[in-house]
Design a protein around this ligand. Sequence first.
Ligand SMILES: [Zn+2]
Ligand SMILES: [Zn+2]
Ligand SMILES: [Zn+2]
Length: 352
Amino acid sequence: MDRMSHSPHRRWNPLRQSWVLVSPHRTQRPWQGAVDAKTAPSGVSYDPQCYLCPGNQRAGGIANPAYDGVFWFVNDYAALLPDAAPPAQPSGSPLLKTEPARGLCRVLCYHPDHSLTLARMTRPEIRPVVDAWVAQYQDLAATGWIKYVQIFENRGAMMGASNPHPHGQIWSTDFVPDEPAAETRAQREHLALTGHCLLCEYLAAEEAAGSGDGGRIVFENKHFTALVPWWAIWPFEVLLLSRRHLGAMPELTPAERDSLADALHRITVRFDNLFDTSFPYTMGFHQTPTDNATHPEWHFHAHFYPPLLRSATVRKFMVGFEMLGMPQRDITPEDAARRLREASEVHYWGRE
Ligand SMILES: [Zn+2]
Ligand SMILES: [Zn+2]
Ligand SMILES: [Zn+2]
């Protein structure tokens, strides 16, 4: 047993340029495994009350078409608007700073079947979702004033998802939001300093460490590697990296789009199998800003931030020291990666 898996230490996140505190000695009691009953996925493939199901009415009386594949619409309660008026500049202190914020919020239904999730959709069913994300990115990038396209999914009530219907969101903005802005800065600085892409170099380091004991790689397919990053904050956080250096989804070849669908399916099935539950998470893609600048530094990736820690009901809270000091975790990323490697890729509940 090495020191790193027993002693408190800090780890550097070069992508976010921040630290995380790791306290592995807090979990030296043996892993008990989940004892909860298996949670059944939603059983109904059509819910008359669901505003995302085909044919149903949404807010304002708009009816969804009887869609049979993917389907998108403008969010009826959008957080951003395309024609927001610039805010009035408050007089007085320069500390009371404001900027205009314009944007578009769209909702993308992955599948007409209300009961499905990425974990329970097949790879050929996920591929059109990937194609829809590519088309959305291209469409929004072409508007000219959109500078960033944030594609994401909140899964499960624990993460604030108001509806179990398989769907995600696409918020695009006339500014680069803080997280991708921080990653742009870090990747640009690393490229300028070393001449290398930060995430290509990081991936090479993880590949050198391997997927054996102590490694952080969960699995890889031909074009993607899924790993628990060195700097993970959430217990079973996963970083999905394209193995080839590319900046944004439109650069994916058809074979890479298939590989992305495969990787998304395998991550979410392993998540569900960890505690025999429909695993909650926030996931999203980080890619090249659409600000018309060139971004050789950007390396396309996805983050999965799941809150569960010990079972289907025990979650991690970001409170206390984490709100006031810095993020902290108990189980090591290496331990989390091992548990995810050991999880089956056959869904515990199956499909039919
Ligand atoms: Zn539905
Ligand atoms: Zn790269
Ligand atoms: Zn990122």
